[in-house]
Design a protein around this ligand. Structure first.
Ligand SMILES: [Zn+2]
Length: 417
């Protein structure tokens, strides 16, 4: 009984610490952005108007403030599902009602849980899209597109997720003590497969892909690709404007299946020089092997996670400390997925640090291949159009931000110019 008590206490303590930390960071972000709201930072004074600067400040603080509500809501739900007996109740009822074998019971429990959770999350995503994004003029999604996306996403999730879940639960049940190694191999292979099919099969279910039309822009891009020795399966434009006016560009796929994708919204924001600089930055991620490094990190953390799960699922206290009376493989998997983020939250700054380091390297690559001043121009344009704050709180930024804060990033680029 004492072990039960200890793990429950540890879980609650970590939940409390991470919540206080999140609230503290969000308050710092709100304070810093509000404090700097009245004046555009000197380095941006000739590029960003006070009106745009204040819009970015208001957008940032609104987003952070709104983020607190789901934070409390998610904690309440997590406690209800675990210590409150929600999962226990779901499990018992599904066992009684369906009378299936353990693997099928597991699939039924996990699917029901996922379905209920997504319904409970729905009000927040609706509010975010149709109230906040709408208010700041970014939303282009209609209610219809929103629900069609949700329906397609769920159908796809079921079609791909259920067979994968079946394999994982089967391995956990039947393949002995080494199940976590086999499961890791399956998950890793599956991720690679998904990266490979995503650009050609999955992304087109949600957006229209059209080859970038012939002309000056395409020629500039092609010559940059040749200069950098980069082969791709094509350069495409997608109708990002169907959902949001935020602009973006990305690469997807790997091997010969790599696609370069521009949001139509980005093409509208940038001129050819700027577009070339942005693409050079993205190429930098490839050339500096960031994609591979990211995959290695993700595969290693998955392996560690599965190893920890393999240990926990054999311990009765893991279940009883989290409100479950009947240990089972699927419940171990579900509990682990629910509770793990509370413990891994502390590693967030490390991932952010890794990501920001990559951004600097990609910027440096772009500065070698094109003129650094065009990337600076493009970034300033993107900060303005996307209403990104130029004055984030340093600690908040160090903890969460995948990209360096605007002034730091521009200063680095100026050093290259
Ligand atoms: Zn980048």
């Amino acid at each position: 009984m004492s072990e039960l008590h200890n793990f429950t206490l540890l879980f609650l303590a970590m939940l409390l610490i991470s919540t206080i930390m999140r609230l503290y960071l969000s308050q710092r972000q709100i304070n810093t952005v509000t404090k700097n709201r009245s004046q555009v930072p000197d380095t941006f004074a000739d590029k960003i108007s006070l009106e745009d600067h204040q819009k970015a400040a208001d957008y940032t603080t609104t987003k952070v403030k709104f983020g607190r509500l789901p934070l409390f809501y998610d904690i309440a739900l997590l406690l209800i599902w675990t210590l409150g007996g929600g999962l226990e109740w779901l499990d018992q009822n599904i066992i009684l009602a369906l009378d299936l074998n353990p693997i099928m019971t597991g699939i039924a429990v996990i699917l029901t849980y996922t379905f209920i959770s997504s319904l409970l999350d729905l009000p927040f995503s609706l509010y975010d899209t149709f109230v906040i994004e709408e208010k700041f003029g970014f939303n282009r999604t209609t209610i219809k597109t929103f629900f069609v996306d949700m329906f397609k996403g769920s159908a796809l999730g079921l079609a791909i997720g259920v067979p994968l879940l079946y394999i994982i639960l089967w391995l956990m049940e039947k393949s002995g003590d080494q199940w976590w190694i086999y499961t890791w191999l399956v998950i890793s292979g599956f991720s690679l497969f998904m990266m490979w099919v995503y650009p050609t099969w999955i992304a087109p279910l949600f957006n229209k892909f059209e080859p970038l039309e012939e002309g000056e822009t395409l020629n500039r891009i092609k010559s940059l690709l040749t200069r950098c020795g980069f082969n791709s399966d094509g350069i495409f434009v997608i109708d990002g404007s169907k959902r949001s006016s935020h602009g973006n560009a990305y690469f997807s796929g790997f091997g010969r299946n790599k696609r370069i994708v521009f949001f139509d919204t980005l093409l509208k924001m940038l001129n050819d020089d700027e577009l070339e600089a942005v693409l050079a930055h993205e190429l930098g991620h490839f050339k500096k092997k960031h994609i591979i490094k990211g995959m290695i990190i993700s595969f290693s953390t998955t392996l560690i996670g599965l190893g920890v799960l393999a240990w926990l699922m054999k311990e009765d206290w893991f279940y009883s400390a989290l409100g479950i009376s009947q240990p089972s493989t699927y419940m171990a998997l579900l509990l682990f997925t629910l509770v793990m983020p509370v413990f891994t939250f502390a590693f967030q700054p490390l991932f952010s640090l890794f990501s920001r380091k990559n951004e600097f390297e990609a910027d440096a690559f772009a500065a070698e291949q094109t003129d650094a001043k065009y990337l600076t121009q493009a970034l300033v344009g993107l900060y303005r159009e996307n209403a990104n704050t130029l004055t984030p709180d340093p600690l908040y930024s160090a903890f969460y931000d995948s990209h360096p804060p605007a002034p730091v990033r521009i200063a680095h680029l100026n050093a290259h110019a």
